[in-house]
Write a protein that binds this ligand. Structure first.
Ligand code: F6R
Length: 246
């Protein structure tokens, strides 16, 4: 895995936004996989800034978000779709018809997961998958456990994950849905290229384990070791435990 360390979060976000804009210039029909969470917010805002400066054209790009809460409608204030509308979709010129999201309010969530896998395949697969990482090593909503599910599936969220999403639900972790739909580790690993971004010292330990530890279902992100084109973009705090190694 390639590792790039940036002096701070702002430089990381700017650099990655410029890279994505350049990739869109070469391949306007780029298929992007996108995370929510605190980490990519700066990146999304930078993409918006580049778009307004005429330097990022997303009009022919397609996006697939990684995950969504079960039982939450797309226009619910706590939905990941609402989060993405606020931080990215309202800031760039994506065609709404090419924005893909799991529908957590679908009557048949298993059918919804299959529909999503089919939609990714029909789009030709994901060219560039962006990822954040949970402090427990989760990617998407693939939580540590005895086994991992490959394709898009329904997941039970860990209490720690519900707590870290409480901000979307008025600060109350008990209001965070107990379940979510998520692309699986298998769906993620099918992407042609993967860029994982991690910032802050709370991520330092799991970043070190992802790079230098064993591949284990106890740390879902460790499976990125088997992919041939993965880059970890870190700020100095998230890279804090790698100092002696890179
Ligand atoms: C959410 C997702 C999660 C987050 C992770 C880190 O779509 O994919 O895996 O990337 O929980 O969240 P933050 O960035 O808030 O630390």
């Amino acid at each position: 895995m390639k590792v790039t360390v940036f002096e701070n979060e702002r430089v990381l976000a700017r650099t990655l936004a410029v890279q994505i804009a350049a990739t869109l210039g070469q391949n306007p029909s780029l298929v992007l996989g996108l995370p929510t969470g605190r980490t990519p917010i700066r990146l999304y805002h930078e993409l918006g800034t580049l778009h307004h400066a005429g330097q990022a054209d997303c009009s022919r790009a397609t996006t697939f978000n990684l995950d969504e809460f079960v039982g939450v409608a797309p226009d619910d204030p706590g939905s990941y779709r609402t989060f993405m509308r606020e931080h990215l979709f309202s800031r760039v010129n994506l065609d709404p018809a090419r924005i893909n999201f799991l529908d957590g309010s679908a009557a048949d969530v298993d059918a919804e997961c299959r529909r999503y896998e089919d939609a990714i395949a029909a789009a030709g697969g994901i060219d560039l998958q962006l990822l954040g990482i949970g402090t427990n090593g989760h990617i998407g909503f693939n939580e540590p456990g005895r086994e991992l599910v490959g394709p898009t599936h329904r997941v039970r969220l860990k209490e720690s994950t519900r707590r870290s999403n409480a901000g979307l639900f008025g600060g109350d972790p008990t209001k965070v849905p107990a379940e979510a739909l998520s692309m699986g580790v298998g769906s993620i690993l099918k992407a042609k290229r993967i860029v994982l971004i991690a910032t802050g010292k709370l991520k330092a330990r799991c970043v070190d384990r992802v790079l230098n530890g064993p591949i284990t279902t106890r740390l879902p992100a460790s499976f990125l070791q088997v992919h041939r084109d993965v880059e970890l973009m870190l700020d100095t705090a998230a890279a804090g435990r790698l100092a002696d190694r890179v």
